[in-house]
Design a protein around this ligand. Sequence first.
Ligand code: NAD
Length: 366
Amino acid sequence: MSVRYAIIGAGAVSDYHHVPGIRLDPRSSVVAVCDPNEELLAKRRDQWGVAKTTTNYEEIAADPDVDAVIIATPNDTHRPIALACIAGGKHVMCEKPLGLNFSESKEMYRAARDRNVKHMTAFTYRFAPSMRYLRHLVKSGQLGELRHFRSQRFLDWPETSWGWRQYKKTAGGGDLFDMTIHRIDFAMDLMGPLSNLCGAVATFCPRDRTADGRSCPPSEVDDWSALIGRFESGAVGVWEGSTVMKGYHNDGFGHEWAEVNGTLGSAVYRLQDPNNILLGQSGHSLQATPVPEEFLKWPGSPRNPHEGVASTVFRYDLVFELTSAILEDRPAVPGFDDGARAQAVADAVLASSDSRTWIDLDLNVD
Ligand SMILES: NC(=O)c1ccc[n+]([C@@H]2O[C@H](COP(=O)([O-])OP(=O)(O)OC[C@H]3O[C@@H](n4cnc5c(N)ncnc54)[C@H](O)[C@@H]3O)[C@@H](O)[C@H]2O)c1
């Protein structure tokens, strides 16, 4: 059996990750595309070679020739589109942040669980080779008892308008919901659930001009987000992210550093060099070590891990995981439950920043 996908939202990320990922795998195909932008729709029909196009996601939700959907639209549309597709019995991958807040994300998780469809949140960086190897080192006890997690994600992006991304109504949050939420997710995957946190956000850029100089309403969302958190295990974590860090361009990939420090050793994942990990032991300095071959791609992925730009190509494995979960009839990882829990933490960062207090977390999604 082959899994027939519809792409809902034919913008940047669908073109960059999802369609190449579907095409790489002989078990999957793109059969339909949905986007309200008719010009883009026509372009994607030719570019992706897809016969069926529509501007209305309800048609996809009701289409018997679609098995699964990928929702890659502005954040405020994730919930209604996901609920419609789930009601239509489609398996769903949805981009992060899953909803505009924890309550929406939890509703999406429960709907998918109760309709018994496969659900997956597009937390891309779980699929990076050095992140996969770091996870193996953590879970096999090679770093010892975990004490500390640190994440830095710095991007050097233009200070012009972000379009829908800069308004609370359409995006929910800025850097926090766009970037830091990935790091919240993978930290909890490595270290276990967070129990409480103190967070802060800041907005530096008015973003009241488009790249071509037209004026637009100013940004309402954060350009910088940070948190300090305590995990239930007793370990601690520190996260910081920003999209306006000058000098951190690195061909658009920016700077990423995520480390875990345990009683036996430390390990560091960096997006800009995802096929190497930094490893350290007490009394020695961190050393770059190649990621072992078996961690260079998701198990079974048809991708040649030595082809393409290393910081890009691991992203193609996301859809491979959803297709595998559908065909093997098992949960996809990471699920909507993971997406909802990360969003509970992101919501608490905003609440903590507003109230200038520590927040206790309730991550229960059931
Ligand atoms: N996982 C990742 O690494 C990653 C990377 C980039 C973006 N994203 C997420 O992906 C989503 C899309 O981001 P993007 O950069 O592709 O944005 P984009 O603006 O390039 O594309 C979004 C597309 O959705 C379309 N759209 C709007 N409303 C729609 C509707 N009701 N039905 C169908 N299509 C609709 C728009 O016309 C546009 O073409 C966002 O949630 C973003 O946070 C995730």
